[in-house]
Design a protein around this ligand. Sequence first.
Ligand code: ATP
Ligand code: MG
Length: 565
Amino acid sequence: MRVSRLFMATQREIPADAEIPSHQLMLRAGLIRKCASGIYAFMPMGWKAYRKVENIIREEMDRAGAQELIMPALLPAESYQASGRWDKFGPEMFRLNDRGGRQFCLGPTHEESFTEAVRDTVRSYKQLPVTLYQIQHKYRDEKRPRFGVVRAREFVMKDAYSFDVDEAGLDKSYDAMYHAYRRIFDRLGLDYTIVDADSGAMGGSGSQEFMVKSPVGEDGICFCDACGYAANEEKAACPVPGKKEEDLKQINKIHTPDVKTIEELIAFMNTTPDKFVKTILYDIDGRIVAVMVRGDREINETKLSNLYDATEMTLASFGDVERITGAKVGFAGPVGLKEKIEVIVDNEVSVMSNFIVGANETDYHFENVNIGRDFTPDRIVDIRNAVEGDPCPKCGQPLKMARGVEVGHIFKLGTKYSDALGCVYLDKAGKENSMIMGCYGIGVSRTLAAVIEQNHDDDGIRWPRIVAPYEVVVCPTKVNDEENMGLAEKVYEDLLKAGIDVLLDDRNERPGVKFKDWDLIGIPLRITVGRRASEGIVEIKNRTTGETSELTADEAVKEATAVKE
Ligand code: ATP
Ligand code: MG
């Protein structure tokens, strides 16, 4: 491709609303273009890199025996109503009506469509197992679209679904996907961890996520170096600590004026966060519940949502908090609530004694509160996030924490969808059974961003060769000089003939301008035809290592074609 004909524009300034490196670089390098919040177009250079990621995924899916097809993105409500997800998806689902008033949605994920297709195609155990997949746009009206294509409202997912006659078959299908995923992320050169993941309230017998390690990751990962345990923070179990026996002290109301935050309260009471229990009110599908965790802990909203099988969960409104506690926000506690609501207590709180809580009265707290004597919880459960140093749920050694971007998710679904949609097969005895399903997703567009997240420097992207939009750029420094341009053309033609994705920067620009562009876009090899063109000598520079060497044009072509991955 001749750069003078290339549809592209780079940008020097960091776009204002781009917070993370991959988002900034994708915009600056002109790979993507924002159309609306969470909705992006891929420009030619971005699309080329994207397609390479997609093809690696496709190759590995095919190699694992999965068959590609394509479902519509526009789907009738009936399928999702039958599975119960029309309501369950809540506001995340994009919904629309046709001219006759029939309801549709834009597919957020396609379990229903695949289950129906298999239901209507497969009769007998002889036709199983089968694994199907597609690579397609998904639509989710995310609460917080951000980070460019990392959390978008329209994004590309590779989603696969397996159908088996029994659990042993599912294990095999799942295993095939697990290994395919490892090959995909290995080939992409990503540094990733496989973690145990939350399977949601409605079960499934197991699930793992592929996390690309990155400080900008939205997911917390807990891992144990001692035994190899690794789990999403959403899922990581917090073991119940032992109880320290303490004499129960007299409950006491304290005036705590102008104390708004937990830090201020701790300073005011001259205590430590582990003597304080915070009470947070949630609105879960219209019902208010109080959740209590130690002052320095975070409530795990996934565990909470699973506990209630929630569709919509938010913090309770100020109005609800004031009505139920009789106080301003910030003074909620379990003693003396004005309305009966469920009180959920974290395991860790259940072994505490003489702790401090809000008094359900503005500017007051209680100290020396004790469970059983002063209030009775409705449930005592594991409802907090694990933190660094917590004992590993497997071996008890201290856990470590890291951040990750979830690029893939594999999931043993069981019969949830086959039961709901009547996806059955006839076994050897002629009896009907529900098929056992698995589902397997990769965020294709997110994976591209994750590659950038792990491969960049101050100057721009450093593409691994396998996904670089172009592998080599040939830069003549004087396009109007016959000798200079002639040699550049020859190198370019030779590389084209060798099957290399190559650019010829034939723009009449200063070399500095060209170099800046290619460093930003991150083309792995740059061949500069400059001062020594008359001798047939060029310079080859590796974007990632920064190494340069002077070679004859033929040697440079040889070197650029030698390493393909
Ligand atoms: P997350 O926790 O990040 O919202 P999810 O659990 O909703 O992810 P799945 O439904 O398992 O994700 O989707 C499969 C894959 O699709 C994810 O592993 C992720 O890589 C990708 N993905 C999910 N949501 C988005 C999004 N909004 N933008 C881009 N990719 C996404
Ligand atoms: Mg999500």
